[in-house]
Design a protein. Structure first.
Lengths: 182, 189
């Protein structure tokens, strides 16, 4: 079952969700660590290169994920009305923060017109300086949004666990494996 | 009363500043540059500059040692032709420009070495630290410009140790010092 139904996510949504989760956590950890690397560290050049490469790939995946989400049925959300509303809001916010991260990250590295090399497979061209002090402002925004996204992701994980452990509903289960309609 | 006036008159005449003209650095026309260079790994020179600064000097060709110069630099305008590097240089590892937005040089004493060469002693402030430095300067030329003004230009170089100014990020043993180069043209006021 590749596609979504009104009661469960399909394999494509599930894989993209967990791949994104892995990438977001990995990018955050690498980003947090690489900014303090010593100039003589062997990672000084490679860590930012991987961070940027994976970031761009995640941006592409997330674009596709959003298109897929908008063209697929959404599994009915479970819980109380307020929970449903806040879940919808939080999910939207996660997407918004991710796209803000992609944009701000792109703006740091391309402020002088240089492109971003993605694993030396291809280069995303730079647009140059779009506003003054671009790399510094974009850098600050990138950092704060990264912390916000991780905060929201933790909340997201706790909410899923709450559905699983306290409400004992299918919210988490259907994101692990598609639930067949009976 | 008369004597005092005469004395005051002599004092003005004898004052070395009496014939010194005041110049303002030609920032608008960008005929002034604050450049730096530092060794990269010991294998090459990395050069860059500060784009935003201003300054003024007084200069009297008949008495160069009475000259005076002040330059103020906006540290966030550092430009090494690489946005990511400039971001790093503006950050806490190096210039920390949000905390130390200004750098300056104010001369305290100028020695005329002859042949248009000058030894400019003064205080250089960077990263919140002020230390005396000596700039080896040379007058490049002076004279009328084609647009009705009068200009004088100088070059100066000095070398500072980053650690002296509390910048201790490890760039390697070959990169502990920075050469500063000042190429300035002043317009007579």
């Amino acid at each position: 079952m590749i596609k979504n139904t009104t009661i469960s996510y399909g394999w494509l949504s599930i894989s993209m969700h967990w791949l994104s989760a892995l990438a977001v956590i990995g990018l955050f950890a690498v980003g947090f660590w690489m900014v303090d690397l010593n100039y003589y560290s062997e990672w000084y050049r490679t860590a930012p290169h991987y961070h940027k490469s994976i970031g761009i790939l995640l941006a592409l995946l997330t674009l596709f994920r959003l298109v897929w989400k908008l063209t697929q049925p959404t599994p009915r959300s479970l819980g109380k009305p307020l929970e449903k509303k806040s879940a919808k809001f939080a999910h939207g916010l996660i997407y918004l923060l991710m796209f803000s991260l992609f944009t701000s990250g792109y703006l740091i590295s391309t402020a002088d017109g240089r492109g971003i090399d993605v694993f030396n497979w291809f280069t995303v061209p730079g647009l140059g300086e779009l506003f003054p002090e671009q790399e510094d402002l974009a850098g600050q925004i990138h950092e704060w949004i990264a912390y916000s996204l991780i905060g929201l992701a933790i909340l997201h994980a706790f909410a899923a666990l709450k559905h699983h452990v306290i409400d004992k509903d299918n919210t988490l289960k259907r994101m692990i494996k598609p639930i067949e309609e009976k | 009363m008369k004597k005092t006036l005469i004395a005051a008159g002599f004092a003005i005449l004898l004052s070395p500043l009496a014939n010194a003209a005041d110049y303002v650095l030609d920032i608008k026309g960008a005929h002034a540059f604050v450049n730096f260079k530092i060794k990269h790994l010991g294998y090459s020179w990395l050069t860059g500059r500060f784009n935003d600064f201003d300054g003024k000097f007084s200069y009297d060709p008949s008495n160069p040692s009475a000259s005076q110069i002040t330059v103020n630099i906006e540290t966030k305008s550092i430009d090494s032709n690489h946005a990511e590097r400039d971001k790093h240089l503006r950050g806490k590892d190096f210039l920390n420009v949000s905390k130390f937005p200004n750098s300056s040089f104010v001369s305290t004493k100028i020695e005329d070495l002859g042949n248009d060469k000058l030894k400019v002693m003064g205080n250089f402030t960077l990263h919140g630290v002020t230390k005396p430095i000596v700039i080896d300067a040379v007058k490049i030329g002076e004279g009328d410009d084609p647009w009705g003004g009068y200009r004088a230009g100088f070059s100066g170089t000095t070398r500072i140790a980053l650690a002296d100014y509390g910048i201790t990020y490890n760039l390697g043993p070959a990169s502990t010092h920075v050469d500063l180069e000042l190429h300035i043209e002043g317009i007579k006021q």
